[in-house]
Write a protein that binds this ligand. Structure first.
Ligand code: TNX
Length: 758
């Protein structure tokens, strides 16, 4: 039986048989590695006895258990209890960090672990077996808990969430709650982005003006975006508690004192969450440079072409400032990691700076990229001398970095970044912007659970360099806690499962069912989550060269949706074939599918061209390379049978900034009847149609003659997304080689997904 069916049965069964006190189906997220459900129940009450044989080993966890029980029952339990029992056991046989066993029998709960984090996770699982509504209100009666036996351990070491508290400020109380919610879902890393251009949020005793002045600002352009949105959605309103009046002027901001941060760190430690501080440098430093302009290379720092004026690496005083700040940061945060950003650095001020020029000459640095490396390495050396490991964003890789530095991969549009990080030997944390930037309300949950996070070319033997995965919340347009809640939850639960659970138990269908109970838990905890299930269908194509067909699977965020589809592009109705698992297309079809509720089709429809054609699997040579940022499936992509959707970044569309010039080798001479290739136009980001598409044929691969020249007829100023087929007859001519040129006469990005030959 599939894991999902087991969970589903468990949900139904437990809901049917449980006593009235508990109506919570078993819905643990992240899914445990092994779980057996017995058909009984354990009764928890204030007279339940606490059994502790390993005095002291788990004192922090016992305290957490007591807090949990006090919350649910209104009282702690004691070692003098005379009812059912809860026993915490240290078991040295359980060796993996974070691993635990939880056995709930009708008279006794036994929690076993070999380390405190394992015991803590056992307790978080136990907590999730208590009725969800007890998170918000106590019961004075007995709580009935299903009897189960669980063995569990984490899959990835780095199960992280990030929060940008610079662009908008979040109260220290919110951070405490954030830690609680991370811990509830067994996440263990909290990356705190403390400084950026728009605000300095950490008290530095040596430089009091950083917070006295730069923790506050007047409203900026992004705040105006928030104010506009607030008209429709109050979650975009600013929180009064972060506004102050100075000389008749409204200022926005706030900061954390060192004491507050120390308290937060201690709290997080008790929840087995490590807080990783980030002080972003040398770019994203405007908040500091505003009060100490001498840190920049120029007299009037501000905004460059793309990013803000950075610190000046040619000035010795900059290193003194950086080291002084980091010394205080290290004193607050015991984490072995310090994140120094190193992303998005506008280096133009370095190029003209005498101080930088002298340093470059003295150090033999050939350009400002190498100067960036010098800066990063010098700060890294300082941090390492204090026993820390350093994390940077992947931009820092450009001119080379030390292989011992940890790299956060975020620029998913630069496809080769993970391979480059691996080739350099760096340990990596996967934070690819798509899907791991949670910055928007409408970002979907499904890809967080499923989407591969690094390309197929990442070397298998280097997977041990991957520490884990994290999601980020950048807060440029997130001015309130309510909005942050809505963006993060419940998406974070998909991430939690992806990072904790083993690939064998990851199961989207089961996750969706369990999520329903977790939403109740979040609600009881006061989390203002937003869960608008998208009705969109997500297609998967399985190109089967042996059977010469393409299998199509449709997935959805909905639970067991009713789907109907057609193969001829017509609008599906209730009479159209009902989707019932994978179906197959031989030849060509325009698959159109929709979810139906109460007999009505729901928007948006899925339409996807599917072609099993003659060139599938045939090799393609490139006279000109594709753009490195849009490789899709590399050299095989034009003949892999996989068509793209509506976004050029979906990994199916290959991009060119030159002409496209490719030749397909059909393997042997054969009759060729038709040619077709779809190109995309999205003029906003500069994706334009080719001026002409030319097709030439050859029998020997050397002498080609042109058979088609297809002109574009789509004006460039059309704003909407347009897909155009450039198609024509090949007249049944016999040939082995097909050359296709798409002339990039409008000098944009041109994108195509497949060359269809029949
Ligand atoms: C890029 S991700 C940034 C952030 C922005 C984010 C979203 C990264 C290393 N840098 O500074 O907040 O995009 O706008």
């Amino acid at each position: 039986m599939k894991y999902s069916s087991i969970i589903l049965l468990a949900v139904l069964f437990w809901t049917a048989c449980s006593s009235p006190v508990s109506n919570t189906p078993i819905s643990i997220i992240p899914a445990p590695a092994k779980m057996e459900i017995q058909n009984g129940s354990f009764s928890l009450s204030s007279s339940t006895k606490l059994v502790l044989k390993d005095e002291g080993k788990f004192s922090n966890e016992v305290e957490f258990l007591q807090i949990t029980l006090e919350h649910a029952l209104g009282s702690k339990i004691s070692e003098d209890g005379n009812g059912t029992e809860i026993e915490l056991i240290f078991d040295s046989q359980i060796q993996a960090a974070g691993a635990y066993q939880l056995e709930i029998n009708s008279d006794k709960v036994i929690l076993k672990a070999g380390d405190p984090s394992g015991m803590f996770y056992a307790l978080e699982t136990f907590r999730q077996l208590l009725p969800a509504d007890l998170e918000g209100s106590k019961t004075s009666g007995e709580i009935s808990i299903p009897t189960v036996s669980i063995e569990d351990q984490p899959t990835l070491d780095w199960r992280g969430m990030h929060l940008d508290v610079s662009r908008h400020f979040f109260s220290i109380e919110y951070l405490h709650r954030y830690v609680d919610l991370l811990a509830l879902y067994k996440m263990n890393k909290f990356h705190l982005h403390l400084t950026d251009d728009q605000g300095w949020r950490i008290e530095i005793k040596n430089y009091p003006e950083l917070t006295e002045k730069s923790a506050w600002r007047t409203f900026n352009a992004q705040d105006s975006v928030c104010m506009e949105k607030a008209v429709e959605d109050p979650r975009f309103n600013f929180e009064q508690k972060h506004l102050r009046e100075v000389d008749g002027q409204t200022q926005y901001g706030g900061f954390y004192t060192q004491d507050e941060l120390r308290e937060l760190v201690a709290y997080a430690q008790s929840r087995h969450v490590e807080i990783i501080p980030e002080i972003d440098m040398p770019g994203h430093m405007m908040a500091a440079i505003q009060v100490y302009p001498e840190l920049a290379c120029i007299d009037n720092p501000g905004w460059g072409e793309l990013f803000s004026t950075p610190l000046c690496p040619g000035k010795e005083g900059v290193y003194m400032f950086v080291e002084n700040v980091l010394t205080e940061v290290m004193d607050i945060f015991p984490s072995k990691f310090v994140h120094i950003g190193a992303d998005e650095v506008e280096k133009s001020t370095w190029e003209n700076s005498q101080a930088c020029k002298s340093l470059m000459a003295a150090e033999g640095l050939k350009d400002v990229e190498e100067l960036q490396t010098y800066f990063v390495e010098r700060v890294t050396k300082f941090l390492k001398s204090k026993g820390k490991e350093v994390i940077v964003w992947d931009d820092a890789l450009n001119a080379g970095i030390d292989s011992s530095t940890y790299v956060m991969y975020w620029r998913n549009w630069v496809a080769e970044v993970p391979e480059r990080i691996a080739a350099n030997g760096n340990r990596m944390i996967l934070v690819p912007g798509n899907p791991m930037y949670f910055s928007r309300l409408d970002a979907k949950m499904y890809p967080i659970y499923h989407l591969p996070l690094h390309g197929k070319k990442y070397p298998e033997e280097k997977v041990n360099l991957i520490q884990g995965t994290q999601a980020a919340l950048w807060s440029e347009t997130v001015p309130s806690e309510a909005l942050a809640d809505a963006i993060i939850f419940p998406k974070m639960l998909a991430l939690a499962e992806r990072t904790w659970s083993s690939p064998e138990v990851l199961d989207w269908e089961s996750f969706k069912v369990r999520l329903q109970t977790q939403l109740k838990r979040l609600e009881a905890l006061g989390v203002k989550y937003s869960y608008n299930v998208t009705k969109e269908l997500i297609p998967f194509m399985n190109v089967d060269q042996e059977m010469q067909q393409i299998g199509i699977t449709l997935d959805s965020e909905l639970s067991n949706p009713e789907i109907h589809y057609t193969l001829d592009g017509s609008t599906p109705t209730m009479d159209s074939p009902k989707y019932d698992g994978e179906f197959f297309v031989k030849g060509s079809a325009l698959v159109t599918a929709a979810v139906f509720e109460e007999g009505k089709a729901l928007e948006p429809y899925l339409t996807r061209q599917v072609d099993y054609h003659k060139a599938i699997g045939k090799p393609v040579t490139y006279q000109k390379p594709w753009n490195r940022s849009y490789p899709a499936g590399d050299a095989g992509t034009m003949t892999d049978g996989l068509r793209g959707g509506n976004g050029y970044g979906d990994g199916k569309w290959q991009g060119f900034t030159t002409d496209m010039d490719v030749t397909i080798d059909m393997g042997e001479e054969q009759e060729l009847n038709s040619f077709s290739a779809t190109f995309m136009q999205q003029s906003g980001p500069g994706v334009l149609m080719p001026g002409t598409v030319e097709v030439s044929l050859s029998s020997d691969g050397e002498n080609f003659h042109q058979v088609l020249s297809i002109e574009n007829d789509i004006p460039k100023d059309k704003k909407e997304l347009i897909l155009k087929d450039f198609a024509g007859s090949l007249g049944g001519e016999k040939a082995r080689y097909i050359n296709v040129k798409a002339i990039n006469s409008q000098r944009g990005f041109i994108f195509t997904d497949e060359i269809v030959i029949n």
